[in-house]
Design a protein. Structure first.
Length: 578
């Protein structure tokens, strides 16, 4: 029978409640108590005679975040991916999806049916937004509370195993988005059992998770074990760690370094590659520096500055956190240096921020994008760039992204240019929902979205089911002629990337140079040169201005190459080879 293990370092007694039966748990040292229960048993845990609550390490929550836990035997799954090689995911093409809105059914099993589309597109890794249990049926997943379980509306833990198995069978790696910087506001019972939080530090969500105060070792083990569970028992290839700058830890080693070392040990044990990717707004290359060299040991890192520079240049938006972006010179800096704020002053933060990335750091270690759940969903209306930009301008942004030296990521539906929004949606109880809606309106005001929507814009209520429904993909769009052309463009770009920029091992940096005029930019990466002009018609002498004499291999909008002169119409892009 599987062992249930509870960390409760301040408790004298712990019990497992199965219906009306109470099973005393056995002290096991290090503040832990254990009990063996059969697979399928639904149970609650209590300490010192207190109110029974869900297991902090619950493997399944079949009745939701407030209900009993259920014993789940993860190793019992009959895997069919024995030949899966666990590839190097960095350097390949990522695709981010939200299970609840990716299909009409909103489950992991229904998402499996759409995986062949991603294979045809040329995707290498599918990144799944958080699937740990959260309040209600609808949500982004970043307010989860049962960090070892899978949201039942998505199909529960067995469905995730089926999803990963199916992805591997189609040649797709899987990256799981996980949240260890806070717990959601509803169903958070971990403090019942031990000092999971500390008043020593505070984060935007209140008291910080206890990583460096008394009894922190148990909390750190809770997080490290949760991460390794997905990599071992669910065969997940990579983890994307949400907002690691909010993991406040003044101890040594930092939690991220400890996690990195634990995953390295797991790699050695399994003889298989696993990858850790951090979301961080610190702009510090120490995030991806090996622990042996004093760094935090992450394999990759999201790079928001590239998004901000490209989005701001294409759209002209320079308010809120785009305030330091917009000029073409800033985009050039982002494409060549990763971070715009690299030890320079950040107007939005009102302080000096970040550090430069040395030239010898492989740029594939930075995940970049023109859309993702944050950059679309945290807009007031959740609108996509396709809503406001000419198709040729969007195509230019896609070319700069997908043919860059970074690890590019697409967001669900982006590949066919969907204009369906992706909005922030929740399914809290009425009182908490009211507070969330009010907080959303305050956040809207702080980010300055009224610059584009106008004062008093009607921002969708996160609690309204219609907000969720509007965010669900319409797969029929992809066959519409305009959308089909956008889809074909993305397939072409990904094929060019795979053929010319990244060999199978995806290693090394190819030469990269950037040139620009008043309203055009050219990025030469290896043998490919992307020339994009989002607004104006331009003529460019390729030899004199770009230093290349390549042939026109792909284009969107109006592009011709004759006599060494490239002519682009407004909102056009060309890709030269050679």
């Amino acid at each position: 029978m599987p062992e249930i293990r509870l960390w409760a370092p301040l408790a004298h007694r712990a019990d497992a409640h199965v219906g009306d039966t109470v099973h005393p748990m056995t002290p096991a040292g290090d503040g832990c108590f254990t009990v063996d229960l059969p697979v399928g048993t639904r149970y609650l845990l209590s300490v010192d005679g207190g109110e029974p609550r869900p297991d902090p390490r619950s493997p399944r929550q079949p009745e939701g975040i407030h209900g009993p836990s259920e014993v789940f035997d993860a190793p019992a799954h009959a895997w069919t991916d024995a030949g899966w090689a666990y590839p190097e995911v960095l350097g390949g093409v990522f695709y981010e999806l939200h299970v609840g809105t990716f299909t009409d059914a909103g489950t992991l099993d229904s998402a499996i049916e759409r995986l062949p589309h991603l294979v045809e597109l040329g995707v290498d890794t599918v990144e799944v937004m958080p699937v740990q249990p959260f309040p209600g049926e609808r949500g982004w997943g970043y307010d989860g509370v049962s960090l070892y379980a899978i949201h039942e509306a998505y199909g529960g833990p067995a469905a995730l195993q089926r999803f990963v198995d199916a992805a591997h069978g189609l040649g797709l790696a899987v990256c799981l988005d996980v949240v260890y910087n806070h717990f959601g506001p509803a169903g958070n019972y971990v403090s019942t059992f031990g000092p999971y939080f500390t008043e020593k530090h505070h984060t935007p969500w209140g008291a910080a998770i206890n990583l460096d105060d008394a009894h922190a070792d148990g909390v750190r083990a809770f997080i490290v074990d949760a991460a390794c569970r997905w990599l071992r028992d669910f065969h997940v290839d990579a983890l994307r760690l949400d907002a690691v700058h909010a993991l406040v830890d003044d101890s040594q080693p930092h939690l991220l370094a400890e996690l990195s070392d634990a995953v390295t040990a797991l790699r050695d044990e399994l003889g298989q590659r696993r990858t850790l990717i951090a979301e961080s707004d610190l702009n510090q290359v120490s995030m991806i520096t090996p622990t042996a060299e004093g760094g935090l040991g992450m394999d990759g890192q999201w790079a928001d500055d590239v998004h901000h520079a490209l989005h701001s240049w294409l759209t002209g938006e320079t308010f809120g956190y785009y305030v330091d972006f917009g000029p073409i010179s800033v985009l050039e800096k982002a494409l060549t240096g990763v971070f715009v704020h690299d030890g320079t002053f950040s107007t939005f933060r009102d302080e000096t921020w970040g550090a430069p990335v040395p030239d010898d750091v492989e740029r594939r270690r930075f995940v970049t994008f023109t859309q993702n759940h944050d950059q679309v969903g945290n807009r007031g209306l959740g609108d996509r760039p396709d809503e406001r930009l000419a198709p040729g301008a969007v195509a230019g942004g896609a070319a700069l992204l997908l043919l860059s030296p970074f690890t590019p990521m697409l967001f669900q539906g982006q590949e066919w240019g969907t204009r369906r929004p992706f909005r922030y949606f929740t399914d809290h109880d009425p009182e908490l929902g009211r507070l969330v809606t009010q907080g959303r309106m305050r956040e809207f005001a702080q980010h300055g979205w009224d610059e584009i929507y106008g004062p008093g814009a009607d921002i969708p209520d996160p609690q309204d089911p219609a907000t969720f429904a509007a965010s669900t993909l319409d797969w029929d769009e992809a066959s519409d002629p305009e959308h089909a052309a956008t889809l074909a463009w993305h397939r072409t770009l990904i094929a060019l990337r795979r053929t010319h920029l990244h060999p199978d091992d995806r290693g090394g940096n190819l030469p990269l140079t950037v040139a620009h005029g008043a309203d055009w930019i050219a990025m030469t990466h290896g043998p490919l040169t992307v020339v994009a002009s989002p607004r104006s018609a331009v003529e460019i002498d390729c030899a004199a201005q770009l230093g290349c004499d390549g042939e026109l291999t792909a284009s969107a909008g109006d592009a011709t190459l004759a006599g060494g002169v490239l002519t682009l119409g407004p909102a056009s892009v060309a890709v030269l080879l050679g």
